[in-house]
Design a protein around this ligand. Structure first.
Ligand code: SF4
Ligand code: SF4
Length: 372
């Protein structure tokens, strides 16, 4: 569902936050300019939002800028996606305890999470969330830890009007307009926001505010800004299904070239909203009385992630880069029915040596070798 557009004046943002709290969302996360980046933090009032803050992103480069105007969502994604809120970077899955007679008992780590509203979610991150849900919530064994975290979230999207130089969500078909997956979606205009609800609970929250319908001019302005955001994206992938093209190039010499530049640092997988590799380990306490079983993010760029049967499957960096790229853009189609890239551009901006997935694909495929 998407409801008729309403108009949320800028000076009612605090009333909007209050309506979220009154609807049971004890914690509100929103964008803040902190430590030189837009990061999702707990906000108390609209004054916490990054008014007048923009960003400049290039391969290996991210800087905040001043926009000189009063908008608070005039930036492209920072390093955080929704991923840490649903797939925790490190969490206890279960605990094993020994009683006085030496018997072992296994206990749940607990699945209760604070109801949280997240403001400022972008279309690419909603697309990434849908992909992660296919992975974590697919039958026959949906992950209860992921499910509990996801159920605690209410999502307020903001259609993207200021993509970065690194963004290419238009070419992957995942943005810049949030088409679904949100509870409420906002388009930011100078004087306020055009608001629509995507769920019943989103609609109930907007109804609390008694908003007037958006005017036709406001709706047209919002659409025009999204169209402009599509046109200003200069990067792209040469198709939404590159499986056959990449499988045909597994021995291409360009893997050596990118392997020489890549540091195997794993930054790209940490910031990528769809990457889900993880490792599990047990952490016993020294007295032997209990042990926690932990899951934490891992990266296919680490050598040990490919350790199997007493040897490393991917000893060289070029093989790890090839694994990442061909999984993301090729074998993901076989697993999940689509590419694993939503065009957010984070891996480009946060790669310390500026490796650019769109440029590497172009180098591998050559010009004009686009796939469907
Ligand atoms: S591969 Fe890069 S551009 Fe694609 S979703 Fe992951 S971080 Fe974003
Ligand atoms: S591609 Fe860049 S971010 Fe990813 S592992 Fe290599 S150097 Fe690090």
């Amino acid at each position: 569902m998407t409801t008729s557009p309403l108009f949320l004046p800028r000076d009612t943002l605090d009333a909007f936050l209050l309506a979220l709290r009154d609807s049971g969302f004890e914690r509100i996360l929103g964008p803040m300019a902190r430590d030189g980046a837009i990061t999702m933090r707990e906000i108390d009032t609209a004054a916490d939002l990054p008014t007048g803050v923009g960003d400049r992103q290039h391969p290996g480069h991210y800087r905040l800028t001043e926009t000189g105007h009063g908008r608070c969502f005039a930036w492209a994604n920072g390093p955080q996606a929704l991923k840490p809120l649903t797939f925790a970077p490190r969490e206890t899955l279960w605990r094993c305890e020994r009683d006085d007679d030496g018997r072992l008992a296994f206990r749940d780590a607990g699945l209760r999470h604070t109801p949280t509203a997240v403001i400022g979610v972008r279309a690419c991150d909603l697309a990434a969330l849908r992909i992660q849900e296919r992975h974590f919530l697919g039958e026959p064994d949906p992950d209860p830890h992921y499910a509990a975290r996801r159920d605690s979230l209410l999502l307020v999207a903001v259609h993207c009007s200021h993509p970065a130089d690194t963004c290419f969500c238009a070419s992957t078909g995942d943005g810049p307009k949030a088409e679904s997956g949100f509870d409420i979606a906002l388009s930011e205009l100078d004087e306020g926001f055009v608001a629509t609800a995507g769920t019943d609970r989103g609609q109930q929250i907007l109804e609390r505010l008694g908003l007037a319908p958006a005017t036709m001019a406001q709706g047209e302005q919002a659409d025009a800004e999204i169209e402009a955001a599509v046109r200003c994206q200069t990067r792209s992938l040469p198709g939404q299904n590159l499986k056959d093209a990449l499988y045909a190039r597994l021995e291409h010499p360009h893997w050596d070239d990118v392997g020489r530049r890549c540091l195997s640092c794993g930054n790209c997988t940490a910031v990528c909203p769809t990457c889900f590799c993880h490792a599990e380990q047990d952490e016993p306490v020294l007295d032997g009385g209990s042990s926690d079983h932990l899951r934490q993010w891992d990266s296919c760029f680490t050598a040990v992630h490919s350790y199997m049967g007493h040897f490393l499957v991917r000893e060289e960096t070029r093989l790890r880069y090839r694994q990442w790229l061909t999984h993301k853009l090729a074998s993901w189609h076989e697993q999940y029915g689509r590419s694993g890239c939503v065009g957010c551009g984070r891996c480009i901006a946060w790669c310390p040596v500026g490796i650019d997935i769109t440029a590497e694909v172009s180098a591998l495929l050559g010009s004009g070798d686009a796939q469907s």
